[in-house]
Design a protein around this ligand. Structure first.
Ligand SMILES: NC(=O)c1ccc[n+]([C@@H]2O[C@H](COP(=O)([O-])OP(=O)(O)OC[C@H]3O[C@@H](n4cnc5c(N)ncnc54)[C@H](OP(=O)(O)O)[C@@H]3O)[C@@H](O)[C@H]2O)c1
Length: 369
């Protein structure tokens, strides 16, 4: 029976992906990853309550993508406990939003109601926030933590597994360019003092959330072929359209969020195919990529007609540049190797201090004695 691991499954789209998989795949095992035991247990309770008659197994693992130690340990735990992963959903995501640029908001709405609700440019974001690991926080939470996790578990996904990334309609080509940030990014902050590593980690980016999604798209196109050749694992790129979830609600005052949510339905009624509105409809493309073997080069979006009838929309990753893709792929692999070496060294040091032989590696009491 298939095993699906879903990051960020305690709310929004991640929870909806779990629901849709349970509805579509009889006997599936769902492993949710959350940042705390309380959130994980609550998620499992909600799933059990919703599907009392379904044959399924539910489990969880703790994962904080903002900590590379947590990502490394979780990958190890998933491999040891489950031995096989069929679907890996790289879904969790965050933005460092600090408010709205009201002037830009007014301008966006003046230029077009639906466009302003589809491709907003008015979300203000903090620039340069680093994680405790010293990496760009948004970069680590949305892209690098997932990339590390994926690389670690690929061996147990061999021959038929699927990796499914959640990207966004907001993966604007102008939001990220590598290694020269000024090439397409119009509003980069202090680019003169930046290094390629700062650019990759979105540390000088005024739109780090959108940049992280563009980076995801580039990385997908640059890497899906080699992943398939090495592991026979299919990697897919999806987006949920636009739905009202905590990623917005957490950063807006409640009346504003509900007003915006209502506007999503109005936009849909006026013909916007992207306003899926609910996370359940937004999760369609994530489910589709699990159950259908479609072309990996495409980006699969969830859409609806004005009455909310669902549809899959195939898109191209816009303005993909192969040279940039190769550079991004190499930089991500280099960073992955650097962190893997560092974390494994820490593991070995910990084991060599132990008085009993370590069951996982050859270090421990055997070495000391
Ligand atoms: N909603 C939309 O319209 C939309 C559109 C395009 C793309 N997306 C993408 O969809 C994905 C899911 O977002 P959502 O809309 O469902 O928002 P959400 O309800 O806020 O869900 C985000 C999930 O990610 C988790 N998460 C955040 N930071 C994390 C970290 N450092 N480590 C581990 N987990 C972390 C959150 O956990 P906590 O509860 O602990 O914070 C939560 O479970 C994201 O990648 C987002 O970019 C959403």
């Amino acid at each position: 029976m298939p095993i699906a691991v879903i990051t960020g499954a305690n709310s929004g789209l991640g929870f909806a992906i779990a629901c849709r998989l349970i509805e579509a795949v009889e006997g599936i095992t769902i492993v949710v990853t959350c940042r705390s035991t309380a959130k994980a247990e609550d998620t499992l309770r909600r799933l059990e309550h919703r599907y009392p008659a379904k044959t399924l197994k539910l489990d969880y693992a703790l994962l904080d993508l903002a900590s590379m130690r947590s990502v490394h340990d979780t990958a190890k735990e998933l491999k040891e406990r489950f031995g096989r992963i069929d679907y890996l959903y790289l879904n969790a995501g965050a933005g460092d939003f600090i408010g709205l640029d009201w002037k830009q908001l007014a301008l966006d709405f003046w230029n077009g109601f639906i466009a302003a609700l589809t491709a907003p440019t008015y979300k203000l974001q903090r620039i340069g926030r680093k994680s405790g690991d010293g990496l760009g926080w948004v970069f680590q939470c949305n892209v690098f933590g997932h990339y590390y996790l994926m690389n670690e578990v690929l061996p147990v996904m061999k021959d038929g597994g699927k990796v499914i990334w959640t990207s966004s309609l907001e993966a604007f080509p102008w939001a990220f360019s590598y290694p020269d940030p000024t090439k397409t990014l119009s509003d980069v902050a202090d680019s003169s003092a930046s290094t390629p590593s700062d650019t990759l980690q979105l540390l000088i980016n005024t739109h780090s959330y959108e940049g992280s999604k563009r980076l995801t798209d580039i990385l997908h196109v640059a890497s899906y072929k080699s992943i398939f050749e090495s592991y026979k694992v299919r990697q897919y790129l999806t987006h949920p359209g636009i739905c009202g979830t905590n990623i917005m609600a957490d950063h807006l005052i409640k009346p504003f969020f509900w007003g915006m949510f209502a506007c999503f339905y109005v936009a849909r009624l006026f013909g916007s195919i992207w306003h899926t509105c609910t996370a359940h409809k937004g999760a369609l493309s994530s489910l589709y990529c699990a159950v259908i073997d479609d072309e990996m080069s495409k980006k699969f979006g969830s859409g609806t007609d004005r009455w909310g009838n669902e549809r899959i929309v195939r898109q191209e990753v816009e303005e993909y540049d192969e040279e940039e893709g190769n550079l991004v792929h190499k930089a991500m692999n280099d960073l992955y190797k650097e962190w893997k070496e560092k974390l494994e060294k820490e593991d070995q040091e910990k084991c060599s201090l132990s008085l009993t032989p370590c069951p996982i590696c050859s270090y421990g009491a055997n070495v000391i004695l």
